[in-house]
Design a protein around this ligand. Structure first.
Ligand SMILES: [Zn+2]
Length: 155
């Protein structure tokens, strides 16, 4: 797939580097990155029914009662990878829109990012997220998994 290069500035060592993102303006498509390694995976939320499924479980969780639609959307993006997606080859969870790993110091905390003008693109092979572990859970286990991830995120 064609990805757009974005300039990142590392929040730790302040070095600048380029890393790929989805092209601006795409709807219901997401690039995920894994914690610690920054491996990328792709999600088409229109095509992949687990995105709506996780949204329903979040809406049913009492920790999130009273959250606005915008807050719920942000929580869904933050928690979805840890809830429903298989981790990378080293067991690190994926997160939608997580930052890449700084090539200089391996930090994953960025000070800022900006689109490069004029736009630069790269052709890249990105695997779609998979849901082997999630798909094996019962309804009760899914409810429990959602609640656990929310606790881990501080909700
Ligand atoms: Zn750095």
């Amino acid at each position: 797939m064609i990805l757009q290069l974005v300039k990142f500035k590392c929040g730790n060592c302040k070095s600048e580097f380029k890393a790929p993102q989805l092209k601006t303006g795409v709807y219901a498509e997401f690039l995920l990155r894994s914690q610690n390694r920054g491996d990328v995976a792709y999600l088409d939320a229109m095509d992949d029914k687990t995105y709506d499924e996780v949204s329903k479980y979040l809406k049913g969780n009492s920790k999130l009662t009273g959250k606005s639609a915008n807050q719920m959307a942000a929580i869904l993006q933050k928690s979805y990878g840890a809830i429903a997606c298989d981790p990378d080859a080293f067991g690190n969870v994926y997160q939608i829109d997580a930052s890449p790993v700084c090539p200089s110091c391996q930090s994953q905390t960025m000070e800022y990012w900006e689109v490069i003008e004029p736009p630069e693109f790269v052709e890249s092979i990105v695997s779609s997220v998979t849901h082997r572990a999630w798909s094996l859970l019962s309804d009760d286990e899914k409810t429990e998994k959602v609640d656990q991830v929310l606790s881990d995120l501080g909700y």
